[in-house]
Design a protein around this ligand. Sequence first.
Ligand code: BG6
Length: 458
Amino acid sequence: MKYAFPDNFWWGSASSALQTEGAREGETTWDYWFAREPNRFHNGVGPQQTSTFYQHWKTDIQLLKQLNHNSFRTSISWARLIPDGIGEVNPETVDFYHQVIDELNEQGITPFITLFHFDMPMAMQAIGGWENREVVDAYARYAQICFELFGDRVLHWFTFNEPIVPVEGGYLYDFHYPNVVDFRRAATVAYHTVLAHAKAVQAYRAGHYAGEIGIVLNLTPSYPRSQNPADVKAAHIADLMFNRSFLDPVLRGEYPADLVALLKAYDQLPACKPEDSALIAEGKIDLLGVNYYQPRRVKCRDSAVNPQAPFMPEWFFDNYDMPGRKMNPYRGWEIYAPGIYDILVNLRDNYGNPRCFISENGMGVENEQRFIENGQINDKYRIEFISEHLTWLHKGISEGCNCLGYHMWTFIDNWSWCNAYKNRYGFIQLDVETQQRTIKKSGEWFAATALNNSFEQE
Ligand code: BG6
């Protein structure tokens, strides 16, 4: 069967500044944390060792072209643009992003730009990061500066990439700096991130720019183990905490009432100001990026909560290891392609069918060298992964979902936070030592699919 996609469908991939650019001026929390605890990073490899996009951006854009990308998302690094977060703009950084954006446009690759992809300037973290409302204002100023500098040539902006991840990593589960475990502080960070998002949207609207503004959320559909009310409630609470805590404010302009009631009942609500709700209502977006990697399967708790333990989302559910689920063993994530369809249908039926696209989807695999055939990684598993997800995406579109494109994580194998280079996601293999780039089989498959705007499958 042939799966054809709508005209002007966005085919591309996503990456981020810190994961690709390489060592430069402007310290982030990652540089700071790595200098102190390199053991927290796979094989002790830190954010200095990247695919050197800062040097190789021009040839890398040629490779994007070879993969027939018509669009590409990367991020601007706040710390590199404004090293202390609030003061002078670094002119060299401005020149760099100007060149990248211009070259992408010249090559017919539409730039999609994210303003914050996990990379808090250390100077901002030193004053409390997202816990401090001054950082919210500093971010809004940074966003405005980016719109003024690049807003005439960038028509698709994203305020944040996966804003729930720094909340989970930094304030609940200890896999991002500042390694705090404290739900109330996590809720404050999440809340202030929504305020920062809304202020950036406000600034964008005030500037009357030609393009559109959105956010990228990692949506993990929550599936209950059974239809037993206790399992269903567990899935509902997981959905409120991990999806709707950002999805509702950015699409509906307000928080779900039952999320607010739940946090209130456990005295976990962040401090709010009376003017916040009007601001949040102004943060409604034009375009939603959906990152989808895995579903969340949950069941009601089997054991009582230890009341002395820190308050955590898991007070309300247990994770459910469904027998026989298909796993990506390297990342430990379930592979469940229908999830992409369920997300789109939920957006269509419950959120007014917003303009959206799949902004990340992908499969990280360890030791891909073992799949080299005639000098090229034959990553059949990745082609299978993509085509399976695309068939479900296609079904969503054919049933009226407003999905405008599909971007993969990622373009060239890149440095991946605490996992460093453990799992490789790229269409292009990177030799970290020599910086040599070699297109994988999946890159060729994707290039053909993008060119034809379709693919064939039995
Ligand atoms: C997404 C992020 O969560 O997944 C990326 O936007 C990240 O920055 C990617 O690299 C893959 O996840 P991981 O943890 O395997 O690197």
